[in-house]
Design a protein around this ligand. Sequence first.
Ligand SMILES: Cc1cc2nc3c(=O)[nH]c(=O)nc-3n(C[C@H](O)[C@H](O)[C@H](O)COP(=O)(O)OP(=O)(O)OC[C@H]3O[C@@H](n4cnc5c(N)ncnc54)[C@H](O)[C@@H]3O)c2cc1C
Length: 291
Amino acid sequence: MEFLRPMTWEDALAARAAHPGALPVQGGTDVMVEINFAARRPDALLDLNPVRELAGWEPVDGRLRIGAGVTYARLIEELGDRLPGLAQASRTVGSPQIRNRGTVGGNLGAASPAGDSHPPLLACGAEIEVASAARGTRMIPAAAFYTGVKRNALEPDELIRAVWTAPATGPQYFSKIGTRNAMVIAVCSFALALHPEERRAGTGVGSAAPTPRRAASAEEFLSAELDWDGRRPIDPGVARRFGELVREAAAPIDDVRGTAGYRVHALAVMARRTLAWAWNDYAGEAGREAS
Ligand SMILES: Cc1cc2nc3c(=O)[nH]c(=O)nc-3n(C[C@H](O)[C@H](O)[C@H](O)COP(=O)(O)OP(=O)(O)OC[C@H]3O[C@@H](n4cnc5c(N)ncnc54)[C@H](O)[C@@H]3O)c2cc1C
């Protein structure tokens, strides 16, 4: 097997175009498992680790541009205050070893419906920057990035360069159900982000449909019902209806990790819980501001 090691982004794109059978590898926490279990036998590996710019992040025009090679450990450590939802999800990924190697770029590349970074990326309205040598750069909204089970919107000659998202302007929460507390693939997961300046709630549903997806009707309903200015407590009927709409957005299957019935039930519970946590933060903040 050939091993390609470009040193620059331009060389990486050129290698991607010249070797369509080469499999990109960042942390290798998905790729090496697939190779070890003979699930894949690529002609070549395209190692992106020497491309230093992929491992950096920076603020640009009020948003954060996070290189595809930034690990979960660094996200938690360096961006936890600005992206609390993504950081919470990152803390649930694998073990310390996996979080030290694994990246959001790799999670997007793998595009598993159970990938933990996807729900918070959907909830905060992230965009994925991808590029090819032939056509240059394009931005793909997270909601359009996932196209099928373990399939994404990348063309064969494209690579993921970065994830763009605004720092949180309101509370963000991520909740994940697993069969144990650590080293576990999500049975299902849910992310909520409140965007008070836009009077808008964002959601992301994981491991409960062929792709990660937003619960659009639930977002619309909640955005209209929340008392953004008065910050009055949430009516229990609103919380219940929000849970129902999140449940209706899912299309899960029965599999070894859980039944479809359990998944939709758990999603409604996680939706109500994350809403309670987020609204307590938002309303509590107003109390602190007033005192
Ligand atoms: C023990 C164990 C536990 C795990 N637990 C979790 C978990 O709890 N939650 C979870 O979500 N995942 C989990 N995973 C899966 C994996 O760690 C994540 O999907 C991780 O985000 C992959 O990142 P990586 O950098 O290692 O990707 P890699 O393995 O390097 O690549 C993954 C895929 O993305 C492609 N790719 C990588 N970089 C790019 C790029 N820049 N452009 C285009 N394509 C690219 C690769 O070709 C490959 O198809 C676990 C894996 C293991 C082995």
